[in-house]
Design a protein around this ligand. Structure first.
Ligand SMILES: Cc1cc2nc3c(=O)[nH]c(=O)nc-3n(C[C@H](O)[C@H](O)[C@H](O)COP(=O)(O)OP(=O)(O)OC[C@H]3O[C@@H](n4cnc5c(N)ncnc54)[C@H](O)[C@@H]3O)c2cc1C
Length: 461
């Protein structure tokens, strides 16, 4: 380690390498329940050349490296589990340029996603991916986790907008993969491989993003339901009546009870679930779609339909939706948040499973989230710190797979879900993924322990 650090200190300005003191603790944890691990050093890189120099030194001396955006990972992705060095992108936070006419933006990885939204919109374009952490997470973290958000239903996820990447492999080689055009099929699709690879294959140093035309108007409708089982039939009815939703967010009965006082909505007592849905487009289409959506929802059994297109009401609603995660955190001594996905037609079965667990165990399982995509944030809440919730987590994942779903819709596997990867992927697939990892990172220095469970190298240095 000391040899690596002395090489790095020659390549970086003196204030860019932290090797001691309390400042290191700020890089020990993320937004998951994973226990903090203080790194031995933090490199605040400012350029691709600096990233390359840091990686060359760490690779030569076998020092683990964890890339870190804003540390909002829900699965321990940004926790330097094997110790070693953290690369932080806080000094690489420039939107380099936006070419609205060509539909692209070139950015550094440390740009906060909300800043990116604002820059792109002031250039007259639109970057749709909107993880609910957008005011703090970075685009580099979004690329590494293939982040999604409410608008994924209509617009897709981060991967759908990454045209090209500059990335640095473990030995310091700088690769430019992908392109600057929307179409292109030259060679293997390495962009897709790197997007969602959770910092285990390469360090992303520059991102070329596709941007689209900003919709002229947005209509927001709150559909009030008396039972969670009505969610899927209601969404189906909207779809079959030609209402193209850009998002459809569910609040189940538990989460609804938490936000009811803050959402600024007059809800009937019988309300047991809410769907927040949005349409967008030109103003007249939106007006017609809002009306059609309201009628269809009422015909399919909704208790009520509230239109929240007006700015402040809409913002209050989304603010309470974004704060749900924190509200749930306060509702119990312990909390785990999962992000499983099932085919939308199986949503009812997944929610029923959560209800049964809540009724028959000390673990409560409220669920909310991206219902239109079948992607639910199933939370596990419990109060007894001695309680082992692993069996409940495993049962949730087994049930998800049984329903034809997947373990993670957006948070990734990280450390927390690594033990469960074999529930979804066959030994042959995992073996192939490991061989791919070895091609990019033969000494396994990049984010060890993430995605593949038995690779963790605690106390390696
Ligand atoms: C309140 C809250 C709401 C959230 N809502 C959503 C949501 O709606 N949708 C969603 O998808 N996620 C959501 N998340 C999870 C989280 O915000 C995302 O995973 C986000 O993409 C992480 O970005 P970050 O900058 O914080 O990355 P970090 O947490 O710092 O890192 C995440 C992973 O990316 C890797 N990484 C970071 N930067 C780079 C880089 N430049 N090169 C290579 N690897 C890198 C890290 O090593 C790590 O594995 C939420 C989290 C919170 C706390």
């Amino acid at each position: 380690v000391h040899l690596a650090l002395s090489e790095i200190s020659r390549a970086l300005p003196s204030d860019a390498l932290i090797t001691s003191g309390a400042a290191l603790d700020a890089y020990a944890s993320d937004a998951s329940e994973v226990a903090p691990v203080t790194p031995l050093a933090v490199a605040k890189v400012a350029s691709t050349e600096e990233i390359s120099a840091v990686l060359r030194a760490c690779n030569r001396h076998g020092v683990p490296v964890t890339s870190r955006g804003a540390g909002t990972s829900r699965v321990g992705g940004a926790v330097p589990a094997a110790g070693g060095l953290v690369i932080s992108f806080e000094r690489m936070n420039r939107v380099k340029h936006i070419e609205a006419n060509d539909g692209l933006a070139v950015v550094e990885p440390g740009v906060v996603t909300g800043e990116l939204h604002r820059s792109v919109e002031s250039a007259g374009a639109f970057f749709p991916p909107d993880p609910n952490s957008w005011e703090s997470c970075t685009i580099g973290g979004n690329v590494a986790t293939n982040a999604g958000g409410p608008r994924a239903l209509g617009y897709g996820v981060t991967r759908d907008y990454v045209l090209g990447l500059e990335a640095v492999t473990a030995d310091g080689t700088v690769l430019k993969v992908g392109r600057r055009t929307r179409k292109g099929v030259t060679g293997y699709d390495l962009v897709s491989l790197l997007v969602g690879s959770e910092g285990t294959l390469a360090v992303v140093s520059e991102i070329t993003l596709g941007v689209v035309r900003k919709p002229e108007a947005v209509g927001t409708i709150v559909i009030v339901l008396d039972d969670e089982s009505r969610v899927h039939p209601c969404l189906n009815a909207l779809r079959s009546h030609g209402v193209a939703l850009r998002c459809a967010e569910l609040l189940d009965s538990h989460t609804l009870a938490l936000v009811r006082p803050k959402a600024g909505l007059a809800l009937p007592d019988r309300a047991k679930a809410l769907l927040i849905v949005e349409v967008d487009g030109d103003a007249s289409t939106v007006e017609a779609m809002v009306e059609r959506a309201g009628n269809v929802a009422l015909e399919s059994g909704a208790l009520d339909v509230l239109v929240a297109t007006e700015g402040t009401r809409r913002e209050a609603l989304w603010k309470s939706r974004r704060e749900l995660s924190h509200a749930l955190r306060r509702a119990a001594a312990k909390k785990l948040s999962e992000d499983v996905v099932v085919p939308p037609s199986k949503l009812g079965e997944l929610i029923a499973f959560c209800r049964r667990t809540t009724e028959t165990s000390p673990v409560r399982m409220p669920a909310y989230g991206h219902a239109g995509d079948g992607n639910l944030h199933v939370n596990l809440l419990w109060d007894d710190p001695e309680l082992d919730v692993e069996p409940q987590v495993r049962r949730l994942f087994e049930e998800t797979i049984r329903l034809g779903g997947t373990l993670s819709g957006e948070h990734g596997i990280g450390l927390l879900k690594a033990p469960y990867l074999p529930l979804e992927q066959s030994p042959d697939v995992i073996a192939l993924e490991r061989r791919i990892k070895d091609v990019f990172d033969p000494n396994r220095i990049l984010n060890p322990g993430k995605i593949f469970a038995d690779e963790r190298r605690h106390g390696d240095c």
